[in-house]
Design a protein around this ligand. Structure first.
Ligand code: AMP
Length: 267
């Protein structure tokens, strides 16, 4: 596996065949590895980006303390079949004078957007930059971040991008907690309390989920009309903010991954 740090270097690679891109912020767990494996199966070349994107963190969020371990991540990515790990500096992606942003307006303004203003502007902008730098045929995202998927699918349609957004199911620990790099912040007692989140969502009913989460610091529990619709929630356990969702309807149960053909630019 090759590690590249500059846009010029990555562009110089000129991969042959189809390219699958997996954007990440590192601190890899089985959720990331599932994305890498999906990309490995479907493409000739797999590029993963490892970039803790400052633009998607709010002023009071965990940008400074976000877990970083590039050496470990590089080993795991190589094992999972990643060909190129693109690990640029913030200056490489946001040089002095940077001032162009992508706003997916309405979809970015609710749920997570209410509690993390500017978050999806940062996500959409960095993903568009990665798409322009790596020219992937397919880009892979986790269902865990359902609103991120909805925002990016909308951007692809609205800006006529030639990339297919592929969505990989949420990977969970045996006890049901969705894997997240932020789970490492949880103390054992907090982790136990965090299990209320997947258990509440498993009811697939907003009122029941709300009742189960009663007593926790809940940002929202809502049905979101994404494709497919989900019951989504965000809670704060101590200093850690966790999000999760469950799909309420699967249009095509036969398909292991949602999203094939439905995301590439439509008319
Ligand atoms: P992150 O590094 O947290 O930005 O995540 C990179 C990608 O991995 C995003 O598309 C996430 O949705 C996805 N992801 C994170 N956690 C999981 C999980 N538990 N299962 C599936 N995908 C995940």
């Amino acid at each position: 596996m090759k590690i590249t740090r500059t846009i010029a270097e990555l562009r110089g690679e000129k991969p042959e065949g189809t390219v699958g891109l997996v954007p990440t912020m590192g601190a890899f767990h089985e959720g990331h590895l599932a994305l890498f494996r999906a990309a490995r199966i479907e493409n000739d070349v797999v590029i993963a980006s490892l970039f803790v994107n400052p633009a998607q963190f709010g002023a009071n969020e965990d940008l400074g303390s976000y877990p970083r371990d590039e050496e470990r991540d590089a080993g795991l990515a190589a094992e999972a079949g990643v060909d190129v790990l693109f690990a640029p500096s913030a200056e490489e992606l946001y040089p002095a004078g940077f001032q162009t942003w992508v706003e997916v307006e309405e979809l970015s303004s609710r749920l997570e957007g209410v509690h993390r203003p500017g978050h999806f502007r940062g996500v959409a902008t960095i993903c568009l930059k990665f798409f322009n730098i790596a020219h992937p045929d397919r880009a892979y995202f986790g269902q865990k971040d359902a609103q991120q998927v909805a925002v990016l699918k909308r951007m692809v349609r609205d800006l006529n991008l030639e990339v297919e957004i592929r969505v990989v199911p949420t990977v969970r620990d045996a006890d049901g907690l969705a894997l997240s790099s932020r789970n490492s912040y949880l103390s054992p007692a907090e982790r136990e309390r965090a299990l209320t989140l997947p258990r509440a969502l498993a009811t697939k009913d907003a009122a029941q989920a709300r009742a189960r989460l009663n007593g926790l610091d809940v940002d929202y529990v809502e049905v979101a009309d994404f494709e497919p619709p989900v019951l989504a929630a965000a809670v704060r356990i101590g200093k850690t903010r966790l999000i999760d969702n469950v799909i309420l309807e699967v249009p095509d149960q036969a398909s292991a991954w949602s999203g094939r053909d439905e995301t590439k630019e439509k008319a």
